[in-house]
Write a protein that binds this ligand. Structure first.
Ligand code: MN
Length: 248
C-alpha cells in the first residue's frame, strides 16, 4: 500500500467508525487534507459513511470542486471542509455531523457546551456557536456554498469544534485519528453535561489546566490513542484494514 492508498484506507475506516459510534447516520462526513498538496482534500462522494469504500473517495480543491472529472454526486456541505482547511493550515482533518446530543447547546442561549469529562477535554475550553442566520438570513440551515463555509470557519477560529445552530457541529484537528476521537467523545461529553444540568446546581467544568494536562504531548500513534482507533476499527468490521505508517 503506498502513502495515498493508506490515507484513503484510513479515511474509509474513519467513515465506518463514525457510523458505528452513532456520530453520523445517512448524513455527516469526514475529510482529510492531502499531505502532498495542502490545497486539496479527500472525502467520500455523496454516500452514507457506513457504505464508503476506497472507490468512493474523491479529491476536491478548497472551493469544493473535484480535481479530476467526476460525474457522481458530491456532498452538498463539502464547503464546510474547504472553508476550514483554507482558514486553518494546522488542520489536517475535519468532521461534520448532526449528533443529537450536541444540538441543545446550539439552540439554548446561555448554556455553552464545555468539557466536563476527561475524554471531553479534546474539544477544548471554548466551543463557539455559529448561526447561519446571522449573515445569511433564512436558509435551509445547510452550508451550501464557499461563502457560508468560510463564515463558519471564521466562527470556529482557532477552536477545535464549532456548533451549528439547529443543525450539528464541525470539528477540526491535526490528524484523522484525533478528529475521529474528538467527534466520538463530543456527544458523550454533551450527554454528561445535559444530565448534570438536569440534576441542577452548579456545574464543575474541567479547568484550563486540566484541559492542557490531558492534551499535552498528544501523538496520533501513541499507545493510548492507537488503542481507541484499533478498538473502534475492529468493532465496525475494519480490523483487517488497520495499518500504521512506516516508523510508527
Ligand atoms: Mn449537515
Amino acid at each position: 500500500m503506498n502513502e495515498q492508498e493508506r490515507l484513503i484506507n484510513d479515511l474509509v475506516i474513519a467513515n465506518r467508525i463514525l457510523a458505528h459510534e452513532d456520530v453520523v447516520d445517512a448524513y455527516g462526513h469526514v475529510s482529510i487534507r492531502n499531505p502532498k498538496n495542502p490545497n486539496t482534500f479527500f472525502m467520500a462522494r455523496s454516500l452514507a459513511p457506513e457504505l464508503v469504500t476506497p472507490n468512493d473517495i474523491v479529491e476536491l480543491d478548497l472551493d469544493g470542486n473535484p480535481v479530476s472529472d467526476e460525474t457522481r454526486h458530491l456532498y452538498l456541505e463539502r464547503f464546510i471542509h474547504g472553508g476550514i482547511f483554507e482558514a486553518r493550515p494546522d488542520v489536517m482533518s475535519v468532521v461534520h455531523a448532526h449528533a443529537e446530543d450536541i444540538l441543545p447547546f446550539g439552540i439554548a442561549n446561555g448554556t455553552p457546551l464545555r468539557p466536563v469529562i476527561h475524554s471531553g477535554s479534546f474539544i477544548g475550553a471554548h466551543v463557539p456557536v455559529w448561526d447561519i442566520a446571522d449573515r445569511f438570513g433564512d436558509t435551509n440551515l445547510l452550508v451550501a456554498n464557499v461563502e457560508q463555509g468560510r463564515d463558519l470557519a471564521k466562527t470556529l477560529a482557532n477552536n477545535n469544534v464549532a456548533l451549528m445552530r439547529g443543525h450539528g457541529f464541525a470539528a477540526a484537528a491535526g490528524s484523522l485519528i484525533e478528529v475521529v476521537r474528538m467527534s466520538v467523545y463530543l456527544p458523550r461529553n454533551a450527554r454528561a453535561l445535559s444530565a448534570a444540568l438536569r440534576l441542577g446546581g452548579e456545574i464543575k467544568s474541567l479547568s484550563p489546566g486540566e484541559i492542557d494536562a490531558r492534551n499535552r504531548g498528544y501523538k496520533p500513534y501513541s499507545p493510548e490513542t492507537w488503542r481507541a482507533w484499533e478498538y473502534w476499527a475492529t468493532k465496525c468490521g475494519c480490523g483487517d484494514r488497520l495499518t500504521k505508517p512506516d516508523g510508527e
